[in-house]
Design a binder for this molecule. Structure first.
Ligand code: ZN
Ligand code: ZN
Length: 411
């Protein structure tokens, strides 16, 4: 199957300036040719972009598609129910222009396959499996009434983590998640905002455990993504060899410098705390949780400025929970626009995220040989951060792997 996009203004995912009047030819799911004088085969489907902007499909580097409830402890539900809702959440993401998402805990290989085979409509899923957490860590959602040793190693409903302690157990957990289809290993390396029992200032996992997990990921030719907020936790994770730091809201200059030296990545997720602050009453968060959420929210924009100033590699994530809150996924663009150029956010959400996920050249770029994940949009997302916040209204075309999810130009 061949598709020719004509008269497109191309944002290629990397270059901040648009190129006018291009033809982008897609053959068998791959971008085959780009140029002003591309010979268009007779059997090609023609899409006249009419001078609109054509961009790579968006990438969200931090999602939880099984997080159907803002209260993660409400995870004890039928897996079938949770996964049906995951289908709804994923469909919404694709409708908003996200053609790839990295799941940071919860999604399994069954969901990956369901999308690949077309049983569910959604973005390509790159999964971590269950996030590894120590006892009392950010992924330990047990009530405090649980008996010692009563762990939650089995997947139940919307669970996003599993508990492991000590070098032997963390190795086993990492290997087990990769055996089950995880493409990377996710760990909880510091306290969290939405959780109740773990203070945000603690570190989680010992240096020995962190190094063992990184060793297992590297042995599998992949990497570790680490949830971490504070300079202390980020430093421990980076020194152990973790590749991406998730959130990082409380980062300081010295830590940013260390990350830049190591070539590590920051995946900010500013919209999550922003939205939770707005909906606090509705979801009945405790005062303790709300104080933590308000604190990381305040520091979020500053963390992005500190990271940019130190030349840290910066990706793009959202980390939203709950069925309704996923609607605000693209507010990440408008929030970041308060401190950076919209085109830099867009580069983070396309080519830079692909690099962060070790998928450079495959996704996130309009370049020959890349997968044909393509959006045609009304408006200019390189200058206007609100183009994507209208729930897909501005998207005329959404193509994933060369197949149309949406084509407003079709007769
Ligand atoms: Zn997290
Ligand atoms: Zn998360």
């Amino acid at each position: 199957m061949t598709t020719a996009f004509l008269n497109a203004r191309v944002f290629d995912g990397r270059n901040p300036t648009l190129r006018d009047g291009l033809v982008v030819l897609v053959r068998d799911g791959i971008i085959a040719e780009i140029g002003e004088d591309v010979a268009i085969p007779d059997d090609a489907e023609r899409v006249d972009c009419g001078g609109r902007v054509l961009t790579p499909g968006l990438i969200d580097g931090h999602v939880h598609v099984v997080a159907n409830s803002v209260d993660l402890t409400a995870g004890v539900q039928w897996p079938s129910f949770v996964f049906a809702q995951a289908g709804h959440i994923m469909r919404g993401m694709l409708d908003r222009g996200f053609t790839t998402v990295r799941d940071a805990g919860g999604a399994d290989a069954g969901l990956v396959r369901a999308v690949e085979e077309g049983w569910l409509k959604g973005p390509r899923l790159v999964i971590s499996g269950l996030a590894l957490s120590q006892t009392g860590g950010h992924g330990d959602m047990r009530t405090i009434y649980r008996a010692p040793g009563e762990a939650t190693h089995d997947r139940v409903g919307s669970m996003i983590g599993r508990i492991c302690n000590g070098v032997a157990e963390v190795r086993e957990a990492a290997r087990d998640e990769m055996r089950k289809g995880a493409k990377l290993v996710k760990i909880m390396a510091s306290g969290g905002a939405a959780s109740v029992t773990d203070p945000i200032g603690n570190t989680q996992f010992s240096g020995e455990e962190l190094r063992a997990i990184v060793e297992e990921a590297v042995a599998w030719n992949t990497y570790v993504m680490a949830h971490a907020y504070t300079p202390r936790a980020i430093t421990a994770a980076i020194e152990a060899g973790c590749h991406t730091i998730e959130h990082g809201n409380l980062i300081d200059e010295a830590t940013a410098k260390l990350m830049a030296e190591k070539g590590a990545w920051l995946c900010p997720t500013l919209v999550a705390s922003d939205i939770l602050t707005k909906f606090a009453d509705k979801y009945g968060f405790s005062d303790t949780s709300m104080k933590k959420i308000a604190f990381v929210c305040e520091r979020g924009l500053e963390s992005l400025q500190i990271a940019r100033a130190a030349n840290v590699n910066v990706g793009f994530g959202t980390d939203l929970l709950g069925l309704e809150l996923h609607e605000y996924q693209c507010n990440e663009f408008t929030i970041r626009a308060k401190v950076e150029d919209p085109v830099d956010t867009l580069i983070s959400a396309t080519s830079r995220n692909a690099e962060m996920m070790c998928m450079a050249g495959e996704i996130g770029e309009i370049v020959v040989g890349a997968r044909a994940d393509i959006l045609v949009v009304d408006g200019d997302p390189t200058t206007d951060p609100e183009v994507f916040t209208r729930h897909g209204e501005t998207l005329k075309v959404i193509m994933k792997d060369g197949a149309f999810h949406k084509n407003d130009f079709a007769a």
